[in-house]
Design a binder for this molecule. Structure first.
Ligand code: URA
Length: 434
C-alpha cells in the first residue's frame, strides 16, 4: 500500500477501507508516514468528508493506536462525560459527585486549560495538595471506593490523535467534523467507560459556533460511540455566554460547591441534571428519566453528592476541609466591582472574550508552559437578558493587583452589548441526541 495512492483516492472523494485506515493510522503513529503526507490526506478529508462507517473505522484505529483502559473490574455502570469546551464550564465538578452518589462509577481523565477555556485538572488543583497523577491501580481503586476519580490523561492514550491534532492545528484542518469526531471519540473509547455522555456547546464561546454544526457533530459522535458498543447521549447546549456566573479556577470550584449545596445556578444545575439523567438511564442505574432526575436532586438535598466530592478530594491527596469551608481555597487579594455603564438589558455577552479576560488576569494559559494563578477570574453579577440600571453591579473582577483589575475592567466592558429592548434568547438546552 502506498500513502500517495490513498491521498489520491480521498482527493477523488472515494471511501477508504478499514485496511487502508489501519495502514494510515499505524504508519503515522510509528513515524513511517511523514507529516506532509498526513497533512495532504487530512486536507482531502476536509474537502471530501467521510462516510459514517469510515469515520467510525478511523476512530477505532485511533483508539487502538495506544493504551486502552480496562474499566471492566468496576462493573457495568462506568460512565464518562466530555464537553467540547467552553467558558466557566465546571460541570464535571458537580456532575461526577452527583452520579457517584447515585451508584455510578465515573473514572475520568481530564486535561488542563489552554486559551479561553479552562481545564478540570487546573480547577481541582485549587484544593491544597490535590494530585491527578496516580498509578492505574490507584485510579481503579478510587473509582471503586469513592465512585469517581479524575486523573490526568495517560501519555499513551490515543497517541495517533496527539500527533494528528498537533498537525491539524498548524494546517488549518481543525474544523472538519469527521476529524473532530474521531479525535474526541478515540480518546473517549480508549478511556474505557461503558456509557459516554457528551456536552456539545454552540455559540460565541464554543468550538462549533452554529447550532446546525453542533447537532451534526453530536449526531456523528453518538453514532460512532454506538458503533463501538457504548451507551451514548449528547446534549447540545448554549455557549453564547459563560456557564454559571464564575470564570476562573478556584472561583469555579466555589460555584460548583455552591450548586452541590443546593444553590440555584440555573443553567449549570439544569445541565448537570440532564447529563446525569442520561448517564443513569443509559447505564441501567435508573429505569425512567423521572426516577433518575429525582435521585440526582436528592443527592444534592441530602448532602451525599457534596460528601462524594470531599471523599474524592481526600482520596487524591487534597484537603477535604476546603469542600465545607471555601475560604480555604485560593483567594485573590483584589476584588473590584464593575458597574453597568448605562440603563438597559444585557443583549449579548461574548463568552470567548470573557474567558480571555480571565486568562489575561493570569487564570489561563497562552502556551502550555505558562504557570497560572488559581485565585483570579471574573464572577458575573448578571447574565444575558437581565435589566440593569447604570451603576448596578455587572461583575466582580478577582485580580492580583489594582492595575490588573483596571485593565480587566476595560476589557470586560467590551464583552457586553446593551439594549433598550428585552432580548429573545433561545433555550439553554437546545436538544438531546440519543
Ligand atoms: N477536541 C479534541 O480533542 N479534538 C478535536 O478535534 C477538537 C476538540
Amino acid at each position: 500500500m502506498h500513502m500517495t495512492d490513498l491521498i489520491e483516492k480521498k482527493k477523488q472523494g472515494r471511501t477508504l477501507t478499514q485496511e487502508e485506515l489501519h495502514f494510515i493510522v499505524q504508519g503515522y503513529t510509528a513515524g513511517d508516514i511523514p507529516d506532509y503526507q498526513m497533512s495532504a490526506l487530512m486536507m482531502a478529508i476536509c474537502f471530501r468528508g467521510m462516510t459514517p462507517e469510515e469515520t467510525a473505522q478511523l476512530t477505532m484505529e485511533m483508539e487502538h493506536s495506544g493504551d486502552v483502559v480496562d474499566l471492566s473490574p468496576l462493573g457495568e455502570h462506568t460512565a464518562d462525560k466530555h464537553s467540547t469546551g467552553g467558558v466557566g464550564d465546571k460541570t464535571s465538578l458537580v456532575l461526577c459527585p452527583m452520579v457517584a452518589a447515585c451508584g455510578g462509577k465515573m473514572a475520568k481523565m481530564s486535561g488542563r486549560g489552554l486559551g479561553h477555556t479552562g481545564g478540570t485538572i487546573d480547577k481541582l488543583e485549587s484544593f491544597p495538595g490535590f494530585s491527578t497523577a496516580m498509578t492505574p491501580e490507584k485510579f481503579l481503586e478510587t473509582a471503586e471506593n469513592v465512585g469517581f476519580v479524575i486523573a490526568g490523561q495517560t501519555a499513551n492514550l490515543a497517541p495517533a490523535d496527539k500527533k494528528m491534532y498537533a498537525l491539524r492545528d498548524v494546517t488549518a484542518t481543525v474544523d472538519c467534523i469527521p476529524l473532530i469526531v474521531s479525535s474526541i471519540m478515540a480518546k473517549k473509547l480508549a478511556s474505557g467507560a461503558r456509557t459516554v455522555v457528551l456536552d456539545v456547546k454552540t455559540g460565541s464561546g464554543a468550538f462549533m459556533e452554529t447550532e446546525e454544526a453542533a447537532f451534526e457533530l453530536a449526531r456523528q459522535m453518538v453514532s460512532v460511540g454506538k458503533h463501538a458498543g457504548r451507551n451514548m447521549a449528547a446534549v447540545v447546549t448554549d455557549m453564547d455566554q459563560p456557564l454559571g456566573f464564575a470564570v476562573g479556577n478556584a472561583l469555579e470550584v466555589k460555584e460548583a460547591i455552591s450548586v452541590l449545596r443546593g444553590a440555584d445556578v440555573p443553567d449549570l444545575r439544569e445541565l448537570c441534571l440532564v447529563l446525569g439523567t442520561n448517564i443513569l438511564v443509559r447505564s441501567g442505574l435508573a429505569e425512567t428519566e423521572a426516577e433518575a432526575r429525582a435521585r440526582l436532586e436528592k443527592s444534592i438535598e441530602s448532602g451525599a453528592a457534596l460528601d462524594k466530592l470531599a471523599a474524592m478530594v481526600r482520596a487524591q491527596g487534597g484537603d477535604p476541609a476546603a469542600v465545607y469551608d471555601t475560604s480555604l481555597l485560593p483567594q485573590a487579594p483584589v476584588v473590584h466591582t464593575v458597574r453597568a455603564p448605562r440603563d438597559g438589558y444585557i443583549a449579548a455577552m461574548e463568552a470567548r472574550d470573557i474567558g480571555l479576560v480571565s486568562m489575561h488576569l493570569g487564570g489561563g494559559r497562552a502556551t502550555k508552559e505558562d504557570v497560572i494563578d488559581l485565585s483570579v477570574g471574573v464572577v458575573l453579577a448578571a447574565k444575558d437578558g437581565a435589566y440593569l440600571r447604570a451603576g448596578d453591579a455587572l461583575a466582580a473582577i478577582h485580580a492580583k493587583t489594582e492595575a490588573d483589575a483596571a485593565a480587566a475592567e476595560e476589557e470586560l466592558l467590551k464583552c457586553y452589548t446593551f439594549s433598550d429592548k428585552a432580548p429573545v434568547r433561545p433555550p439553554f438546552i437546545r436538544g438531546v441526541v440519543t
